[in-house]
Design a protein around this ligand. Structure first.
Ligand SMILES: Cc1cc2nc3c(=O)[nH]c(=O)nc-3n(C[C@H](O)[C@H](O)[C@H](O)COP(=O)(O)O)c2cc1C
Length: 206
């Protein structure tokens, strides 16, 4: 009995972690110059169903909101509050992006792509990123002020995604049109969290 319990205690966390996705180290070696990426930056609303590999997912998330120094990120944030979190919606499930450990932490298993947006392509593109603000990590202010600050900070993340995609031949579009209520439930968000923006990423059709 004791051995059984010991086995369970050791195996359970491993089993649970097996649902998470460990990402490869981000690789930012690309030939495109910043000038070229700026020339190519645009919104894409038509995607093939081709999946992104884990290297591309790691790269785009790092470009968006990874650590480029010990404790700071690729995007700025007001007063360095770093109050934003990225939720990653793949066909296999909804994950939280753990930037420190370069890992996707499973939140909800299943295909919830269509719940991330009202436009059809959200359901068929390979990746949707949801940018979520945590009010508890923000400087105290009224709701409007907090929303404005979080939105500005999310804009930097969004543009990082745009530029990464432009530089690597991927398509992307920022999306403010989503059902916040449905998505809040699916992401298992708490009262102090609010969804700021969604962003689709994939291979452009045209
Ligand atoms: C905050 C924000 C929200 C947006 N929401 C949507 C959206 O819900 N659906 C959509 O198709 N495009 C959305 N867009 C993309 C804009 O429509 C797009 O950037 C604009 O038309 C200019 O086109 P361009 O990005 O190709 O230059 C959004 C852009 C931003 C910055």
């Amino acid at each position: 009995m004791k051995i059984k319990l010991l086995f369970l205690a050791l195996a359970l966390p491993m089993f649970m972690m097996a649902q998470d996705i460990i990402l490869p180290q981000p690789d930012m070696n690309m030939k495109t110059t910043l000038g070229e990426a700026l020339q190519k930056r645009k919104s894409t609303r038509s995607y093939t169903q081709q999946e992104l590999d884990l290297q591309q997912i790691s790269n785009v998330l790092w470009a968006a909101w990874g650590y480029n120094r010990e404790d700071k990120r690729t995007a700025p944030s007001s007063q360095n509050k770093q109050e934003l979190d990225l939720y990653v919606v793949l066909k296999s499930g909804i994950y939280g992006y753990d930037a420190k450990n370069n890992r996707l932490v499973l939140i909800n298993k299943g295909d919830y792509m269509s719940a991330t947006g009202k436009q059809d392509f959200a359901a068929t593109a390979p990746l949707n990123i949801v940018i979520v603000a945590d009010k508890n990590r923000m400087a105290p202010a009224d709701d409007n002020r907090q929303l404005a600050t979080a939105s500005i900070n999310a804009g930097y993340i969004s543009e990082n995604i745009y530029l990464y995609c432009a530089a690597t031949g991927l398509g992307t579009v920022a999306r403010g049109s989503f059902d916040a209520k449905v998505l809040t439930t699916l992401l298992s968000l708490k009262d102090n969290q609010m969804i700021i923006l969604c962003q689709t990423v994939g291979y452009p059709k045209f």
